[in-house]
Design a protein around this ligand. Structure first.
Ligand SMILES: C[S@@+](CC[C@H](N)C(=O)[O-])C[C@H]1O[C@@H](n2cnc3c(N)ncnc32)[C@H](O)[C@@H]1O
Length: 188
């Protein structure tokens, strides 16, 4: 039997209630497109989903998956690092997802990096609507992922409590540093 909960499923569950009123949404790491599909299928028909990835193969997979489900029309596929989010997205953002690390089944050396992830989060916070939400799934099970998770954690832990609620979720009985989910909600 598969897992009933994991960090990505938890991210989806926590984002879901917000998505019915989310019109400007970001998938900062499109990868194989599963998260983009989740965002596209659960937002209003006139929502825009911005799907970023630095790998053309990832965007091709995402585009094919979305087209298979009749959802590609809502998605802007952006071949660029999420560190450039603010160059593309000019209006306030309702929800965003970061599923960090490398493309499953792809080149493991092409992975998200601590500095660019934190810079992208910083830009996104400036774009986030009041009541907007961001999910970040980090993977401390590999070396770069461990450094990245620490960088994300210290960045988020310093956010002012009056403006943001930040929480984290992790399995406690799994070996090998299981993924960590961070949820940031703008509350002020
Ligand atoms: C774990 S995968 C994402 C999984 C994906 N959300 C899905 O549902 O299949 C991480 C992705 O981040 C991409 N990536 C790495 N660095 C990036 C960057 N600076 N900006 C945008 N995407 C990046 C990788 O190419 C990879 O496809």
């Amino acid at each position: 039997m598969g897992q009933i909960v994991n960090a990505v499923k938890m991210a989806h569950a926590l984002l879901l209630p917000k998505l019915k009123n989310a019109y400007n949404v970001i998938d900062a790491t499109a990868g194989n497109g599963k998260d983009t599909l989740f965002l596209a299928t659960n937002t209003p028909p006139d929502a825009v989903i911005w799907a970023f990835d630095i790998q053309q193969t990832a965007l091709d997979k995402t585009q094919a998956l979305l087209a298979d489900h009749g959802q590609a029309r809502k998605v802007k596929f952006i071949l660029a690092s999420h560190v450039h989010i603010a160059d593309f997205v000019k209006s306030p953002v309702d929800a965003a997802m970061f599923n960090l690390g490398y493309l499953p089944g792809g080149d493991h050396t092409v992975t998200t990096m601590p500095n660019t992830t934190v810079a992208a989060l910083n830009q996104l916070l400036a774009l986030l609507k009041p009541t907007g939400i961001i999910s970040i799934v980090a993977y401390p099970g590999h070396d770069m992922g461990r450094r990245e998770e620490l960088a994300v954690r210290s960045f988020l832990a310093a956010l002012p409590q009056k403006l943001y609620t930040v929480a984290c979720w992790q399995m406690v009985n799994q070996v090998n540093n299981p993924p960590v989910l961070y949820i940031v909600e703008r509350t002020g």
